[in-house]
Design a protein. Structure first.
Length: 286
């Protein structure tokens, strides 16, 4: 009796249609076909394939891990990652950009007064198209993109232990990029949170007091979705790592710590670019 699908596929090389051990018909093409919906986006549509893949990663990580026994397209995985990062950053950037273009001078100066002194932004270095405080948007977007690129890519370094065959390592690395799926709703949740914050600053104080509980609920709900996305992202990575590499506890712990530290460092460097530029300029001039 065939104990598993991969065994059946292996033992059925002598016969194109039936297993020589039990006689059951085996579709070897079906066994080799990827179960990742994103791989079939041209047939089922990009939108449907993307969200089906998100569902697969979040709720059926065991099926995703089983894909390590089949060929996995590295290019498809990177494209899925790029789209996920765009979904996670673009809505929030749009909200901030719209607010910045429609905000009054005093609103901009208040935001600049909170951030610019900390970042020590020298306006004469970057050119006239950015005024004092305008650096917040490009620096914030740069920090967010850097953090998302690192947090959705650094985990791949843990998916190729030397104990595994090279082909298995390559497939596991490609699959690791699909674990970014849980952060897809992050952009909408952060956009809602920012929209509430910016709207709140323009409301009369009596309106804020009257609708305070509803406003707080909206803010907490948005942050809750973002926090849940982060937790699911971490959980999915750990489970996939364990199932594809059959590792112990040390490797998942190291990956989790890395996922916390590296994005924070990357975002911090992006936000500190004005300080770095100014420091380099001072060193060069002296």
């Amino acid at each position: 009796m065939c104990s598993s699908a991969p065994t059946a596929a292996t033992t059925c090389k002598a016969s194109p249609a039936n297993c020589p051990e039990c006689g059951i018909a085996v579709d070897r093409e079906a066994l080799a076909r990827s179960q990742i919906p994103w791989s079939h986006r041209k047939q089922i549509g990009w939108w449907r394939a993307y969200w089906r893949t998100v569902k697969l990663v979040v709720f059926k990580s065991k099926i995703l891990a089983s894909e390590v026994a089949r060929p996995v397209s590295y290019r498809d995985a990177q494209l899925f990652r790029a789209i996920t990062i765009a979904l996670a950053i673009v809505p929030a950037v749009i909200v901030v950009g719209v607010w910045w273009m429609t905000a009054r001078d005093w609103e901009r100066s208040n935001l600049a007064g909170d951030v610019v002194p900390f970042s020590w932004y020298p306006t004469e270095i970057v050119g006239g198209w950015i005024t004092v405080g305008g650096s917040i948007i490009p620096l914030g977007a740069l920090a967010a993109i850097g953090a998302l690129l690192s947090v959705t890519g650094v985990q791949s370094y843990f998916f190729h232990p030397r104990s595994l065959p090279i082909i298995w390592q390559n497939r596991a690395v490609a699959l690791s990029y699909y674990t970014c799926a849980p952060i897809a709703p992050l952009g909408i949740s952060l956009a809602c949170w920012l929209a509430v914050i910016f709207t709140l600053a323009r409301l009369p104080i009596d309106t804020v007091i009257r609708f305070g509980p509803i406003i707080d609920l909206l803010r907490l709900s948005s942050l809750g979705v973002a926090g849940l996305s982060a937790l699911v992202f971490s959980f999915v990575n750990v489970r996939l790592l364990q199932r594809t590499t059959r590792c112990g506890v040390i490797r998942p712990m190291g990956m989790t710590i890395t996922l916390l530290i590296v994005p924070a460092i990357v975002a911090g460097v992006a936000l500190a670019l004005p300080i770095i530029i100014n420091f380099v300029r001072l060193v060069v001039h002296h």
